[in-house]
Design a protein around this ligand. Structure first.
Ligand SMILES: O=C(O)c1cccc(C(=O)CC[C@H]2O[C@@H](n3cnc4c(=O)[nH]cnc43)[C@H](O)[C@@H]2O)c1
Length: 212
């Protein structure tokens, strides 16, 4: 992958879309859509866009929760893998991921070349797995359980796996970039730093222009 001319950026909400677009400053190589919150919306809206014309890369971008000690509020995260952390079955011995049941996958690796470019462009960023969940974690017990079950996880969000599944279906490389608005753990809506995370998305958007 060398020159990328058509990059699809999928955010969840308009605020994230506007923040990324601000950093991109009208660079025509990028198309940014707000694909909605959650995995199904993200997958279907990404697939709809990919069905219209050829893209060279799908980037899922947005705010996310950071695992304590891994990615703090204000950090930027570059995903190695997008992992559907609740896709599987509960058994007497605990959670079993869908691949162990013999059907489907619960993770998509981000494109290695894109990962390397993003790491060069955003040197202070934290690299690790990004979990996709349908329920925002709201307790220390769940946060600890996820951190133990997924030791490489640095961030939790709600859309990456969906956008990645659509990219995979269209054989388009995929990557995920998140800026941390809150710690993963007990719900404290007042403590969410959404504006700061949006500023991070704008800064990341500006870096994308340079690296692609
Ligand atoms: O106020 C609440 O309790 C609440 C419940 C569900 C969703 C929200 C949101 O504000 C948006 C979720 C939105 O932002 C991403 N995000 C940001 N932080 C996290 C997180 O800790 N865990 C999961 N997702 C997160 C997510 O990708 C959604 O697009 C508030």
């Amino acid at each position: 992958m060398t020159d990328l001319h058509n990059i699809l950026i999928v955010t969840a909400v308009e605020g994230e879309k506007e923040a990324v677009e601000k950093g991109l400053e009208g660079d025509a190589r990028f198309t940014v859509i707000a694909g909605g919150a959650g995995i199904a919306s993200s997958a279907s809206r990404t697939a709809k866009e990919l069905g219209k014309r050829r893209f060279d890369l799908v980037l899922n971008m947005g705010i996310g929760g950071g695992f304590r000690g891994k990615a703090e509020i204000g950090a930027t995260v570059i995903g190695c893998r997008s992992v559907a952390a609740d896709l599987g079955a509960e058994t007497a011995d605990g959670f079993v991921a869908i691949e162990s049941l013999g059907f489907g996958t619960s993770s998509y690796a981000c494109d290695p070349e894109t990962l390397e470019k993003l790491q060069r462009a955003i040197p202070g960023a934290v690299t690790g797995d990004v979990l996709t969940l349908s329920t925002v974690t709201g307790s220390a017990a769940t946060a600890d359980h996820l951190a133990q079950s997924y030791p490489d996880a640095v961030c939790e969000a709600m859309e990456g796996f969906g956008a990645a599944a659509a990219a995979e279906a269209f054989s388009v490389p995929f990557a995920e970039v998140r800026t941390i608005s809150n710690p993963v753990g007990p719900r404290d809506r007042e403590a969410w730093k959404i504006k700061e995370a949006f500023v991070g998305l704008t800064e990341a958007g500006a870096k994308l222009k340079e690296v692609f």
